[in-house]
Ligand binder design. Structure first.
Ligand code: DC
Length: 228
């Protein structure tokens, strides 16, 4: 029996352009592991907020990171792997705006990135993964076989994100969502360490006018070309 070649698929791009939706679908179709690298930065931020770690102080960051253990564990109920922070499932709480407001600041810290990137590389050791984030194709796996860079018009992204958040919090406004998204995109693409960049060898996927099915078909075609 011919064993299929396993590859690494990276999906980077702006906030809220559907990276995780596509990454999950590809992982399911190819029987690969999906890793949400943003969840790691969010979980670290949650830990810092809860434990009053002042992340402008290098010593506190260093001590804080020593006490953080991150794991992705499969949840048979939701049928997805969910992030655990020191053995607590934080998959849902890390999506709160409180965390979203601070995560870009925390993700810009060199030591935080080194901590996360080391773990991300270990997860990709045996290939067969789809990882989404901001620097996955440029820094974490610069030799990945398939790199996808996702983008979409800002208002399309704001409205998508608003719909998601509104279900959980009906008090949220479109303006709040837009300013958070703009702020994150700005910090993520202007930070000194591993800023959001399109890898030169990335396939660009602008999904402003694509349905989920259309974008999935396109990405799957790219993946199959690399696998075969
Ligand atoms: O993908 P997300 O929105 O859950 O990511 C949360 C934040 O983490 C985002 O503002 C940027 C940061 N991030 C990053 O800097 N590098 C990654 N590989 C993934 C996310």
């Amino acid at each position: 029996m011919k064993t299929e070649k396993k590859i690494i698929i990276t999906i980077d791009g702006w906030s809220s352009c559907g990276k995780s939706t596509l990454a999950k679908q590809l992982a399911k179709e190819l029987d690969y592991v999906y890793i949400d690298s943003g969840a790691m930065y969010r979980a670290i931020t949650l830990y810092f907020l809860r434990n009053h770690v002042d992340w402008t102080k290098a010593k506190q960051v260093e001590e804080g990171l020593k006490n953080i253990n991150l794991q992705f564990l499969y949840n048979p109920k939701s049928k997805q792997s969910e992030i655990h922070l020191n053995e607590e499932n934080v998959e849902y709480v890390i999506r709160d705006l409180v965390v979203a407001e601070k995560v870009s600041e925390v993700a810009a810290i060199k030591e935080v990135r080194a901590f996360a990137v080391e773990q991300q590389r270990k997860m990709g050791k045996h290939k067969g993964i789809v990882m989404d984030g901001r620097d996955i194709g440029t820094v974490v796996f610069p030799k990945a076989e398939l790199k996808i860079f996702m983008t979409a018009d800002e208002m399309v992204r704001v409205e998508r994100r608003f719909k998601e958040l509104f279900d959980k919090n009906p008090n949220i406004t479109l303006d709040e969502v837009r300013s958070n998204l703009e702020m994150r995109d700005y910090i993520d693409s202007h930070r000194e360490v591993s800023p959001l960049r399109q890898a030169v060898d990335a396939e660009v996927l602008d999904n402003s006018n694509l349905s989920e099915k259309q974008q999935f078909d396109l990405a799957l075609k790219w993946a199959k070309q690399k696998i075969s």
